[in-house]
Design a protein around this ligand. Structure first.
Ligand SMILES: [Zn+2]
Length: 305
């Protein structure tokens, strides 16, 4: 028998229950993403990777509100599903890193952080896509930055448990929560992120920045562009651009590609930092006598100006 709510490490209490295994299965079988240049409310099912652009803006905005709220773990020894956003709170990442090092093999991750944009899609698509019960945006344990669904959970369990992670239970086999110290509740931050992003792009149609999920916020989310807003959070606070999983996409990547082109590199301007852009960045760095690491930080940007 299933309860409808479960206590997690979150000091504010319960998250709604979601059967992760089934959700992961649908995501995995939904095929690779196709670009969708429309509003979230019109996004076709069934892979939440269709909203990658907006999701990256939301994560970046959260990190602008709370520095290092979420950090990427795509640099660890992990294999990632297409729709998985490899983000955790820093202490949870540290525990994960130790578990992976200790076991000494690659971990297959089906799901980690899920943005409120992805969560809204899951809710709307629901059974039409074969998704079982899903929680409302903000109410899924995958919005905590402390959750992970993995392949071979039995094999990982002892290693994870030695480093602050706890298996949720047999009713949700792939799911682990980080219960170690040094974590925080990010649910308000996730709501504030969309509210701030929306207001920045709609100076004449402002919504409340209250960190709560109400109809105003849901409407705003539904009317957000799946590929992200024109005015992005990295306009004020640049992110270090590099080849990562999922691939970075957005206006900052487009500007980089234009600069590379002006500098004589061969690159297509497709807004996505893929292997071609990585190659062009490294060629540029070599040409300018910079460290050839493919990471576009302040030094590389300076040479591009
Ligand atoms: Zn899960």
């Amino acid at each position: 028998m299933l309860d409808t709510t479960f206590n997690t490490s979150n000091p504010r209490g319960n998250f709604d229950f979601e059967p992760c295994f089934e959700i992961n299965e649908v995501e995995a079988n939904s095929g690779i993403r196709a670009s969708f240049n429309g509003l979230l409310q019109d996004a076709p099912g069934c892979s939440t990777s269709v909203v990658n652009g907006l999701s990256q803006q939301l994560i970046h905005q959260m990190n602008s509100i709370v520095p290092n709220a979420l950090v990427s773990f795509d640099d660890l020894n992990v294999e990632l599903e297409d729709a998985a956003f490899p983000f955790l709170q820093p202490s949870a990442k540290q525990g994960l890193q130790q578990a992976i090092l200790e076991r000494g093999i690659k971990m297959s991750v089906n799901s980690a952080y899920r943005t409120i944009a992805q969560q809204l899609l899951l809710c709307r698509w629901g059974s039409g896509c074969g998704y079982p019960v899903v929680a409302l945006p903000g109410q899924s344990n995958h919005q905590s930055g402390l959750a992970l669904d993995v392949e071979d959970p039995d094999g990982w369990q002892p290693f994870m448990e030695r480093h602050g992670w706890r298996r949720l239970g047999s009713f949700d086999p792939p799911h682990f929560d980080y219960v170690g110290a040094g974590t925080q509740d990010l649910r308000d931050t996730a709501m504030l992120a969309i509210q701030k992003l929306w207001n920045k792009n709609h100076p004449n149609a402002q919504i409340d920045e209250d960190g709560c999920y109400g109809s105003q916020t849901e409407n705003a989310l539904n009317r957000s562009p799946a590929m992200g807003f024109e005015k992005a959070p990295w306009d004020e606070k640049p992110r270090a651009l590099k080849l990562s999983r999922p691939m970075m996409e957005g206006s900052d990547v487009k500007r980089l590609q234009e600069s590379l082109k002006r500098a004589g590199m061969t690159v297509s301007i497709d807004w996505t930092f893929g292997p071609g852009t990585d190659k062009a960045v490294k060629e540029f760095q070599q040409k300018k006598g910079l460290k050839v690491d493919g990471i576009v930080g302040p030094k590389t940007l300076e040479k591009m100006a």
